[in-house]
Design a binder for this molecule. Structure first.
Ligand code: BDR
Ligand code: CA
Length: 320
């Protein structure tokens, strides 16, 4: 199997971080053309720094990192410091990154990379607000044909919103960008709270990661433990939902998820429900399908996969 060319666009965030560590562990499966930072969970100066720290931690200084948009297209920025901590990746050691930041703006990197690619050549994996992707598509619409698919984390249908009663965080932060992306005409796979809320960082699952005993698994364990504290209290569960790693998990093992083609439309104006993803799961409108919506997940299989990815960084009884 040849490695899939991907651009990962994210706002780390512990769950973005786990997603990156999964992707970085599998150079046999992913040709990571670049990782692009967007403002989201924490401001851009922290999300780009956090990506560089994760590249260094994972021994992947070869991956270029770009900083993108520092605010949503139209709305005022919203952060999620209360969930992720002041650094965004609290739970792992945070210092000055040895991996450099590329001088090019992330939006220009995305455009240039897609322009140079074949049709259907690149998979985009956004796990934060969709600002960078929408800005690139708006600036040069012709790049759309180069995108093979967009595999994103965002939205909610059966599960209510997590930042307002109606809206999931990534879509709420930049609904106008989400509207551009869901209207771009390319294949989209969307992982919303309906599946991510099934992937709880339960104590035994985290213990399996801790037991791997390598530095990357230790950092993952630290971040997941920190991440558990806010959502466990919020949801009354034993662990926090793991959102963003659905994207890389699906690319690695699609059989873990069930998807359904749907129309997904984004609310951009209502003060009450802005950021809502109207998922036409039962096809009650005549709107064309523009995405596949994930509605079921094998949670044990997912955590087996996550543990396997982290084990590839070495561990007790294995070569580092
Ligand atoms: C999404 O919002 C962020 O807090 C997480 O990183 C994830 O991308 C979940 O709603
Ligand atoms: Ca995220």
């Amino acid at each position: 199997m040849t490695a899939l060319p991907v651009i990962i666009d994210c706002d780390p965030g512990q769950d973005d971080a786990i997603n990156l560590l999964m992707a970085f562990a599998r150079p046999d499966r992913f040709d990571i053309l670049g990782v692009t930072a967007v403002a989201g969970n924490v401001p851009l100066n922290l999300t780009q720094r956090n990506i560089r720290l994760l590249c260094a931690l994972a021994g992947r200084p070869d991956i270029p990192v770009y900083a993108g948009c520092d605010r949503p297209l139209i709305r005022e920025p919203i952060t999620a410091h209360q969930v992720h901590g002041p650094e965004g990746i609290d739970g792992m050691t945070v210092g000055a990154p040895s991996v450099p930041l590329q001088p090019q703006h992330a939006v220009d990197f995305i455009i240039a990379t897609l322009e140079a690619a074949d049709d259907d050549g690149v998979t985009l994996v956004p796990t934060g607000p969709l600002t960078n992707i929408a800005a690139a598509l708006s600036k040069v619409p012709a790049i759309a044909s180069k995108i093979s698919q967009i595999v994103l984390m965002g939205g909610a249908m059966r599960e209510a919103g997590n930042f307002t009663p109606s809206a999931e965080f990534n879509i709420l932060v930049d609904p106008h960008a989400a509207e551009v992306v869901f209207g771009c005409g390319r294949p989209i796979v969307a992982f919303g709270l309906d599946v991510t809320h099934r992937l709880l960082g339960l104590p035994d699952r985290l213990e399996r990661i801790r037991a791997l005993g390598n530095p990357v698994a230790d950092a993952a364990y630290g971040m997941l433990s920190f991440f558990n504290r806010f959502d466990s209290a919020k949801y009354g569960s034993e662990g926090a939902p793991l959102h963003d790693p659905c994207t890389i998990a699906w690319l690695l093992r699609p059989e873990l998820f069930q998807l359904k083609p749907c129309n997904i439309s984004i609310e951009t104006t209502s003060p009450l429900t802005v950021g809502h993803t109207a998922v036409d799961f039962w096809h009650v409108t005549t709107k064309p399908h523009n995405a596949r919506w994930a509605f079921e997940v094998d949670s044990e299989g997912f955590f087996d996969l996550l543990t396997d990815c982290l084990s590839r960084y070495g561990g007790r009884g294995q070569d580092m």
